[in-house]
Write a protein that binds this ligand. Sequence first.
Ligand code: DAT
Ligand code: MG
Length: 139
Amino acid sequence: MTERTLILVKPDGVRRGLSGEILRRIEAKGYTLVAVELREATPELLSQHYEEHVGKPFYEPLVEFMMEGPTLAIVAEGNAVIEGFRSLAGTTNPTSAAPGTIRGDLGRDWGLKVMQNLVHGSDSEESSAREIGIWFPNL
Ligand code: DAT
Ligand code: MG
């Protein structure tokens, strides 16, 4: 079951110089990079990407945060990569994410309106197809 997933190094990760470390972990796990591109997110793109969160209390802070600077958009490929990258990333709250994970090793809650947790990873085959279509319509 070779599959693809959409990974984002969010603006906090790019700003903190962690893009290389995050790419290293993806490659070290054995996944293949299919696309890597530094992008500036727009409100339109983010409302599509975060469709399920529109209207939630953290949605506006989330959009503002995602427009603070460039995002590194990545498509990675491999057997069960969707589950595998979610496991590498760790749980949503970076303060309690397990050590050994990207969020657990490199992130924490900074006490802001939205959690800055360094990375996004698609959570299902349906999400990955939808999200890759949004960020990389030519793939
Ligand atoms: P994940 O990125 O682990 O899939 P999600 O899709 O539920 O998490 O939420 C998207 C992002 O929004 C998440 O990475 C951080 C932020 N977020 C989620 N829930 C939050 C909350 N209760 N308070 C603040 N920020 C939150
Ligand atoms: Mg999610």
